[in-house]
Design a protein around this ligand. Structure first.
Ligand code: FBP
Length: 327
């Protein structure tokens, strides 16, 4: 059975439920707990789906993660011959610190594809450049920063000084930040969450024109899935920053750390589905809002093969008598 026969509502529900549970912990200052409740909700919902699912990007290796570990089989039809075989990349709570501190832009995310449709990337760092469809094809990860910025500005028919580039606020980005400033572009430094920033870069009107710098490789694969659906582009290179990460990349068969991964290398699937729900308020999605007897979620769902991008605003009522408020 083709993946499209899976009810898209199911994937939407998975990220909505993860977002609701995580949002209940917003501002408690306990990032691990926030992540744990999102993981549990996602795992619970995923197991009700009529699929033979397998986690390719998850919470880590089996010995470290009790749930949603890489290789874990999921779904009501797991292991069953003839069932829809789905590879799944999850980030149940992207921006654990953002949620724990009540800061903007934490989201619950999943991407799914047919078997082999998402790169089983090691949990190490990744150097990335992400642009949306407007600037697609105009950048190169190895080009000087100023050249990439000139090309992005030209694609948008703007000056370099009009651009906003998102960079994770980390000491490792000192040179990158200097280069962007010298070139004259503006910067939005973020404390976490380069995946949601990448999605914003691919949507006009968010005010984000590109994301640059080193973040997580798992987030890079999920960003690539989103870029396939949005027509954007990511170029990336794995970065193993210590001995443990070097071991991990080798053990997983990634021997060439100079290789540039393009969008289609990271997410080669033909049937990519993507769903993300806001946990805290962000550029694209509102966070979860709670009211007496229910909650309201904001979700972005995309299907590559059906060429749809859907923004979903859902009210979850505990009882049918719960009053509904407009806006
Ligand atoms: P978590 O959701 O696991 O907290 O990760 C958030 C994040 O900021 C990602 O968006 C980013 O890719 C990565 O962490 C950067 O890693 P580091 O914090 O080690 O620089």
């Amino acid at each position: 059975m083709a993946m499209d026969n899976l009810l898209e509502q199911d994937f939407i529900r998975v990220t909505e439920q993860a977002a609701i549970e995580a949002a209940k912990t917003m501002g408690f200052g306990d990032r691990r707990h926030s992540d744990q409740v999102a993981v549990e909700a996602m795992r619970r919902e995923m197991d009700t789906l009529q699929m033979d699912g397998r986690v390719v990007i998850g919470e880590g290796e089996r010995d470290k993660a009790p749930m949603l570990f890489v290789g874990e089989e999921l779904g009501a039809l797991r292991g069953q011959a003839g069932a829809t075989a789905v590879d799944i990349a999850v980030d149940p709570l992207e921006g654990t610190n953002l949620c724990a501190t009540g800061s903007p832009d934490s989201i619950a995310v999943l991407a799914a594809a047919e078997r082999g449709g998402l790169l089983h990337a090691p949990d190490v760092y990744m150097d990335k450049i992400v642009v949306g469809p407007t600037a697609r094809g105009t950048v190169h990860i190895d080009a000087p920063v100023a050249e990439n910025l000139r090309n992005i500005a030209a694609a948008f028919n703007r000056k370099v000084s009009d651009l906003i580039i998102v960079v994770l606020d980390r000491p490792r980005h000192e040179q990158l930040i200097n280069d962007i400033r010298q070139a004259g572009a503006r910067i939005r430094l973020i404390s976490d969450g380069d995946l949601s920033a990448g999605i914003s870069a691919a949507v006009r009107g968010t005010g984000v024109h590109a994301v640059m710098g080193i973040g997580g490789a798992p987030e890079g694969v999920i960003t690539a899935a989103a870029m396939r659906c949005l027509g954007g582009e990511i170029q990336a290179r794995l970065k193993a920053t210590d001995a443990e990460q070097q071991e991990r990349v080798k053990a997983m068969g990634f021997h060439d750390l100079s290789k540039i991964y393009k969008t289609e290398d990271l997410a080669p699937g033909h049937e990519i589905l993507f769903s993300c729900s806001g946990v805290t308020d962000g550029e694209l999605l509102r966070g979860v809002r709670f009211f007496g007897g229910g909650s309201r979620t904001s979700t972005l769902f995309m299907s590559l093969s059906r060429k749809i991008i859907r923004f979903i605003d859902t009210i979850h009522r505990e009882q049918v008598t719960t009053p509904v408020r407009f806006l």
